[in-house]
Design a protein around this ligand. Structure first.
Ligand code: CTP
Length: 462
């Protein structure tokens, strides 16, 4: 009996997949089809797959060509499978010619002709009208967003807005960096005078303007029927955040607060491991994020809307709200300010009935940027940069017992956030469990408390 094996994602199952499976089956007597798991696709940067794994498996089964269907979930699995199942022939489409030649030590490798003019990628583009995204603000985040959005199919940055014409021009004439990958700013619709004209050119906006402008820009965009991904903090008060989410719900629009960690696959895994009970009951969360910002930067200069808390507060609040929830009973802030009144370093303690949390943020003080989640049976340690989670460990009383996790992570992490935004807009991702509206509103409540604390403190010292 000749055993044949082939692998694929089989997303939005199409004629090319059908032909490939038919031809693969014809190569032998028994066909094994490996279908990629969601996690594996995510790990190799394929973040736009529409169908879930069970749907894709069903589509393969429906062809009637597969004698056995397996799940491919890690690198190196092909060699394992070929040996485990005693495979004689490995085959894939001709788009992979050469890539799998190394398998010829284990079995025969055959590249079957690819069906022309059809692919899951094309179908995704046809099915989901490409989303035109406009960026509000042309500072540090804008070029990063442009670069990372290229890894997300179904989205294209087409416009940019900045009321400051000089900054806008500076953005458009920046020297061609490696990250520009062929002048992506060329052909952008640029607007510096009329925000509403800019909104009319796009389907969705990414707001990366100064902190104090997020709310107004988001509100105007939602009122004009545009989906919104806003940099953190979304709003300075709970009431304003609630108002924005209500507005989005009423207008059937997507509103997301862009806290990168929340959308990063490794971070989701870390949260799930913490909640799985391996460390017992969670009793303490310590989350730190500090970066020595350049003197002269907005974070170091703007006493009202710069500073460490507004810069990093939302990021460190995410693990706290995800793990301990919104129900704290008491809290305490402590901040160190410079002579201009900019908070260089903060500590916030939150007291829950059965747990506690500490967060530290800094723009002028450097400390270990770690996340430590302590439980009744053990603890999780995620070193800096835990917000772009690539490594964490579960540790126990016995020092030699350590579970190590190295989740995949690509680019600078923004692509996961953009991908979630696009998936929500196209209805592929139905609920916002990665960062819920309630969690985002709770974060605005803490920001509000911080702003009150800061105002009170200033009154006392002035
Ligand atoms: N395939 C094919 N002809 C096509 C498309 C895919 O023969 N027109 C083959 C691939 O070579 C592979 C298998 O089908 O052996 C599964 O491919 P997959 O990557 O799932 O499909 P694509 O349409 O290529 O997906 P994408 O556009 O996401 O890369």
């Amino acid at each position: 009996m000749t055993k044949v094996i082939t692998y694929g994602t089989y997303d939005l199952f199409h004629q090319g997949h059908y032909n490939l499976l038919k031809n693969a089956k014809a190569l032998g007597d028994y066909l094994i089809v490996g279908v990629t798991s969601e996690h594996f696709d995510e790990a190799r940067g394929k973040i736009n797959v529409v169908d879930d794994v069970l749907t894709r498996v069903q589509h393969v089964r429906d062809t009637g060509f597969a004698d056995q269907i397996i799940i491919e979930d890690h690198q190196g699995q092909k060699i394992e499978d070929i040996q485990k199942y005693g495979v004689d022939i490995f085959t894939v489409g001709s788009d992979w010619v050469g890539t799998f030649d190394y398998l010829d030590q284990f079995c025969k490798v055959v590249y079957l002709p690819r069906t022309p003019d059809i692919s899951s990628t094309d179908l995704r583009v046809q099915k989901y009208k490409a989303l035109r995204i406009g960026i509000v603000g042309s500072g540090r985040m804008a070029p990063r967003f442009v670069t990372e959005s290229k890894y997300v199919s179904g989205a294209e940055v087409t416009a940019i807005y900045n009321p400051n014409l000089e900054s806008l021009q500076d953005f458009s004439t920046r020297p061609d960096e490696e990250t520009r990958k062929g002048q992506p700013y060329k052909g952008f619709y640029m607007e510096s005078e009329n925000y509403e004209n800019f909104l009319d050119e796009v389907d969705a906006v990414y707001i990366a303007s100064p902190n104090e402008t997020h709310y107004e820009y988001a509100k105007t965009a939602l009122l004009r029927g545009k989906h919104v991904l806003s940099e953190k903090p979304l709003a300075f008060t709970m009431a304003r955040a609630e108002e924005l989410y209500d507005l989005a719900t009423r207008k059937k629009l997507v509103l997301m607060e862009g806290v990168k960690a929340a959308y990063c696959p490794g971070f989701q895994q870390l949260i799930n491991v913490a909640k799985s009970g391996v460390i017992g009951e969670i009793r303490d969360v310590e989350a730190n994020f500090t970066r020595l910002a350049n003197p002269g930067s907005r974070e170091r200069e703007d006493a009202e809307f710069g500073g460490a808390f507004l810069e990093f507060g939302p990021s460190v609040l995410v693990p706290i709200v995800k793990l301990l929830g919104p129900g704290y009973k008491d809290y305490k802030f402590h901040s160190l300010y410079d002579e201009k009144g900019v908070d260089l370093y903060n500590k916030l303690e939150l007291y829950y009935p059965n747990a506690m949390a500490t967060m530290r943020t800094g723009v002028g003080v450097k400390t270990e940027g770690q996340l430590v989640i302590s439980g009744t049976k053990g603890y999780i340690l995620a070193p800096s940069p835990w917000w772009l989670t690539q490594h964490f460990e579960v540790r126990y009383e016995e020092e030699d017992q350590v579970d190590v996790y190295d989740p995949p992570f690509q680019g600078d992490g923004l692509r996961y956030e953009i991908s979630e935004f696009v998936r929500k807009i196209s209805g592929i991702s139905h609920n916002g469990y990665k960062l819920t509206a309630e969690e985002s509103i709770w974060m605005s409540q803490i920001v509000e408390k911080y702003m009150e604390y800061k105002d009170n403190k200033k009154e006392k010292t002035s």
